[in-house]
Design a binder for this molecule. Structure first.
Ligand SMILES: NC(=O)c1ccc[n+]([C@@H]2O[C@H](COP(=O)([O-])OP(=O)(O)OC[C@H]3O[C@@H](n4cnc5c(N)ncnc54)[C@H](OP(=O)(O)O)[C@@H]3O)[C@@H](O)[C@H]2O)c1
Length: 346
């Protein structure tokens, strides 16, 4: 992490949260079907409320706790006066590949899919493993891109059938500016994921920023593939809602964070406007990091020569991992997804 990159991340968050009010989402989403993961609370819940207000025909709330999901559904229906049938609650546990795959199979039977807001995420305090990686990496990165890859065919099919441009939005964070690159060196023995699974070499305080940096690399790589593909365009982007008062840091006992939250954090309603803006953004947002509802340069550690090499190595490993989890998820659609042989040849 460079001092300039850290200063940029910190100053942009302070400036945004003190001086910037995000535009209230406007527009017409009638007829659209939207999936929002982690929508029972926080940013996902507030984004869902905006999406319903803007007229989505069907909102699928993808949650790991159905009781919490149903309570949130009732609150959404009440506050938006929408009809019962406009919101469904489906189970999705991002700690489990089986759950992600069964969710995607169910979504494949939807008549149409316009948007995936892959919002579910966490900050973990301790190093624990779920599936084959440290939990933050499994939830924020691997399962998130597994869900993306599994839903691409449905999004592309909907694009052809309904003449639409579907969107995939994954929240990011200015904390990616302070991510340490040590465990991302492609030269590390065993590669990037193996390095990230080295408990002794892991500082959990830096794990969440690192996960959001990996989201940026993944979004940029998927966007390149989508842009090159002959299949209908699917837009993928990664907006930063900035520091918001939510349950995200519930596992941490960092006093500085709690004080910072009181003094500086936005409401989740305000932050959710950034997510809804990204969901409604046009082709120019494909592969982009957005801040305050504008396309913004990510950290130079993403775009410089070393970042380009890390992105390439990470994406190769990610594609291999996704293929192992769900054989054919990338190669069977390689012509539509546009995944080049280079990316699979690892
Ligand atoms: N808050 C911020 O300052 C901030 C800033 C930048 C980016 N973001 C990003 O915004 C997104 C939403 O965060 P938030 O602030 O709204 O946090 P939050 O209030 O903690 O909400 C996170 C949501 O993700 C769900 N989730 C966590 N682990 C899951 C799993 N294994 N399977 C399924 N769902 C899971 C949670 O479900 P449960 O309720 O069941 O735990 C919850 O619904 C995250 O991607 C976060 O990284 C947040």
């Amino acid at each position: 992490m460079s001092i300039f990159s850290t200063l940029e991340g910190v100053s942009s968050t302070v400036f945004s949260n003190i001086f910037i009010q995000l535009p209230y989402p406007e527009g017409d989403l009638s007829g659209q079907t939207v999936i929002v993961t982690g929508s029972n609370q926080g940013l996902g819940f507030e984004a869902s409320r905006h999406l319903l207000r803007l007229g989505v025909e069907k909102l699928i709330m993808a949650v790991r706790n159905l009781k919490k999901g149903e309570a949130a559904r009732q609150e959404l229906l009440q506050s938006t006066s929408r009809e019962e049938s406009s919101v469904e609650v489906w189970p999705l546990d991002m700690d489990s590949y089986v759950s992600v795959k069964s969710f995607a199979s169910r979504a494949a039977a939807l008549p149409r899919l316009d948007v995936l807001l892959a919002n579910a995420g966490l900050i973990a305090n301790t190093f624990t493993v779920s599936e084959e990686d440290e939990r933050t990496i499994t939830v924020n990165v691997v399962s998130t891109f597994l869900l993306v890859a599994l839903l691409v065919p449905k999004l592309q099919e909907s694009a052809s059938k309904f003449n639409i441009t579907p969107r995939i939005t994954i929240p990011n964070s200015a904390l990616h500016y302070i991510a340490s690159l040590e465990q991302l060196d492609p030269q590390n023995e065993g590669g990037i994921f193996e390095s990230l699974n080295n408990k002794e070499a892991t500082n959990m305080a830096g794990r969440y920023p690192l996960s959001k940096l990996l989201v940026l690399f993944g979004v940029r790589a998927f966007a390149d593939q989508f842009a090159q593909s002959k299949a209908p365009l699917v837009i993928i982007n990664t907006p930063n809602p900035s520091f918001c008062k939510s349950q995200l840091a519930r596992e941490t006992d960092n006093v500085g964070l709690r004080v910072g939250e009181k003094l500086l954090a936005r409401s989740t309603e305000m932050g959710s406007r950034a997510l809804v803006h990204a969901v409604m953004a046009d082709e120019k947002s494909n592969g982009q990091y957005l801040t305050n509802c504008h396309i913004h340069s990510p950290s130079c550690i993403v775009t410089n020569g070393k970042g380009v090499l890390i992105q390439e190595a990470f994406f190769k490993e990610l594609v291999t991992k996704l293929e192992k989890i769900a054989p054919g998820v990338t190669s069977a659609q390689s012509s539509s997804l546009g995944l080049s042989r280079k990316n699979q040849d690892v």
